[in-house]
Design a protein around this ligand. Sequence first.
Ligand SMILES: [Zn+2]
Ligand SMILES: [Zn+2]
Length: 190
Amino acid sequence: MATHPNHARSPLILDVSRLGRRPGSMQTIRQTVPSPGRIGLDLIAIEPGTDLDLDLRLESVSEGVLVSGTVQAPTRGECSRCLGPVTGDVEIALTELYAYPDSLTESTTADDEVGHVVDQTVDLEQPILDAVGLALPFAPLCAPDCPGLCPRCGVALATAGADHRHEEIDPRWAKLSALLPPDTEGGSPS
Ligand SMILES: [Zn+2]
Ligand SMILES: [Zn+2]
C-alpha cells in the first residue's frame, strides 16, 4: 500500500479512501492544518502557514463525496483608511460535492462546476479560496470609526490624537473652514 508523502501534499487535499464509495458512509475531520498559501484579498488575508481549523464532514453519496462544514482562521491585513495593521478571524461554510470518477455527475457536469474525487482524494483549496474571498471585506478597517490619515501630513489620526492640527494654515483652507458651519443658504459664495 502506497503511503502519501505528507510534506509534498497540500494539507487541504483530503484522503477519502476510508469512505469506500459506500453511500451513507461518513467521516468527520476536526484538525488544524497550516495554510498552504496566502488565502484572501489584496488588503486582508490568511497568511501562509497560519492555522486553519477544519471542522468538516465527508459523506459518501451516490454520485460522489459531499464535503460540508466550516473552516476558520485568523486573518491579517491593512486598514484601508489609515494603513495600520488589522487582525481578525474569518469563518466560512463549505458545501461541496466531489464527483466520483465515472459517475453520472462526472460525465454530465462541466469540469469547473463540480469538484472531482481524484486518486481517492478531494482538494478543498479552490472552494476555500473562493469562500474566503467572498467573506473578507474589500476595504478592511482597523476600527469601524477609523478617522484615516491627516490629509496634510499623512499621520494616522487615531494615534496622532484629537488635538492634531497644523499651525500654518493656508489662507485658502481658512476660507474653506469658514464655509463649514451648517447654516448654508444654497448660494455659492464668491
Ligand atoms: Zn485605520
Ligand atoms: Zn497632519
